[in-house]
Design a protein around this ligand. Structure first.
Ligand code: SF4
Length: 148
């Protein structure tokens, strides 16, 4: 019987993901190095990708190729996501966290060592999973502003 994986299930090895996306393995590795993506890592350190990962990388590709946004630009957009709101971070955590204080990259690349995020697996976090395109980030900010 044919097995249908869920959207979040990491099933594609990096070569397959590259083939689906029509890009090189090197490009996917570069996106990981730049902290745009967090692939699932097996105990052997091999990376696996889900359908959601493929959508996310497609969105990154479109931002670069169609909207002419640089990788640094994408990192800055991710940095604008108010993760401390979603995570309900205490003021003391916010003031110890580069993700709150700086705007140079996504929170998962800048989380403070002594904050509640320190031991979390960012791949499983809603900030990483649910807010990876401009539309969803803007929607979140609009909802927040409405409630002020
Ligand atoms: S757990 Fe990771 S992705 Fe989630 S808010 Fe903290 S640093 Fe960001």
């Amino acid at each position: 019987m044919f097995y249908e994986s869920t959207k979040e299930e990491p099933v594609y090895p990096i070569r397959t993901a590259a083939k689906i996306l029509n890009i090189s393995v090197h490009t996917i590795r570069m996106y990981e190095k730049e902290n745009l993506i967090i692939p699932f890592k097996k105990s052997t350190n091999h990376r696996l990708f889900s359908k959601s990962d493929i959508d996310r990388i497609n969105c990154i590709r479109s931002a670069i190729n169609n909207s002419k946004i640089s990788i640094n630009g994408i990192k800055t957009i991710y940095a604008m996501m108010p993760c401390w709101e979603l995570m309900n971070c205490a003021k003391i955590d916010q003031n110890n966290c580069s993700a709150y204080l700086d705007h140079h990259g996504p929170c998962w690349a800048n989380k403070g060592e002594n904050t509640k995020c320190a031991s979390k697996n960012c791949r499983d976090c809603s900030v990483y999973k649910d807010y990876w395109d401009c539309g969803s980030i803007k929607k979140f900010i609009k909802t927040k502003l409405k409630s002020i």
